[in-house]
Write a protein that binds this ligand. Structure first.
Ligand SMILES: CC(C)(COP(=O)(O)OP(=O)(O)OC[C@H]1O[C@@H](n2cnc3c(N)ncnc32)[C@H](O)[C@@H]1OP(=O)(O)O)[C@@H](O)C(=O)NCCC(=O)NCCS
Length: 146
């Protein structure tokens, strides 16, 4: 199995994270990544493999409630456990900081992401109709107790 490591992100990781985000649907701009990192509530994580930045995850933490705002894995690094490892790192860090529940929204047609979240113990708790544009889709709201 290929080696990769995930950890809290620093400013030096912004270009690598932005490159991954630029390659996925609904991906964030470099400014969006930088803003998430500098926000007081922002908690961002990055995974690396031998080729460089392989995965990015942005969360927010307010009180005991966290939200996963973005998750992306470089296309050629998928299905190797990068997304799962990155999210496990993020969830552990959020719990250590006092989060007791985590929410996220995901396109209803994004089966890979929904399977990943289910594997990590998230359950659907609601649907936001027409939440996404281009292409239009509903958002499934998922929640996990930490
Ligand atoms: C969703 C995404 C982050 C998954 O990352 P990944 O590194 O490929 O996922 P992992 O290899 O860690 O997979 C972990 C689990 O997720 C599920 N999974 C991941 N990709 C899947 C796929 N294509 N089909 C079905 N299940 C999938 C499986 O349950 C898998 O466990 P398994 O390997 O034991 O079967 C990645 O596909 C991606 O970046 N997609 C584009 C961006 C995106 O949609 N982000 C989510 C926005 S809410």
């Amino acid at each position: 199995m290929e080696e990769f490591a995930s950890r809290p992100m620093g400013a030096q990781d912004i270009p690598g994270a932005s490159a991954i985000e630029a390659s996925v649907p609904d991906g964030w701009s470099e400014r969006g990544v930088a803003d998430a990192l500098s926000s007081p509530a922002g908690r961002c994580f990055i995974a690396h493999d031998a080729r460089g930045a392989a995965g990015f995850c942005a969360c927010t933490l307010a009180g005991g409630e966290a939200n996963i705002d973005a998750v992306s894995v470089r296309a050629d690094a998928r299905r190797k456990g990068v997304g799962e490892g990155l999210l496990r790192t993020a969830l552990r860090a959020l719990k250590e900081e006092g989060a007791s529940e985590v929410f996220l929204e995901v396109r209803s047609e994004n089966t890979p992401a929904i399977r990943l979240y289910e594997k990590l113990g998230f359950s659907p708790v609601g649907v936001r109709r027409g939440f996404y544009k281009d292409p239009p889709d509903d958002a499934v709201v998922m929640k996990k107790e930490l």
